[in-house]
Design a protein around this ligand. Sequence first.
Ligand SMILES: [Zn+2]
Length: 172
Amino acid sequence: MAKNTRVCRYANCPFEGKLINLDTDKYESDEKKFYHKECFERMKKEKEKQALINADIACILDLWQKHISNTVNYGYLRKILNEYLERGVSSDYMVYTMQYVVEHKLPLRYPPGFRYMLDRQEIQDAYKKQQAAKLLKQQKEYKPQRHSEPPKFTVKNNSGTGFGIIANEFNK
Ligand SMILES: [Zn+2]
């Protein structure tokens, strides 16, 4: 290793050997750790995203405990929620589903039943409507002088999980 190189500490660093040349590469350092500038930005975004997801999960656990069952096995419920996250279901949609279940007093008692709620067409439709309204509101707020088109929902035909549309459109 040359004198002026460091190893980038970002776990998913895409650069060869994760090496940073301090003379020629853009980098950030955080205490004694070094990162390529690009890796640092990516890591920051991932952390922010993870913080949002954690807050959403905490919100679901809280609603569950208050409205469904206060003896729910947290570890088990968390595990199930994480499985959906891994399958591409957005945490935002999961919170929405949970709120919908509570508001409409839908029959949900045990963590495995949450899947059926996520799958419910009426909830998916209500969520899409809410997202469309949100987009429209944002457009009005940020571009008041421009004539803006209403948001279009592209429905991607993502076969498989059944959550494709939700995941593709909103898990960003
Ligand atoms: Zn890197």
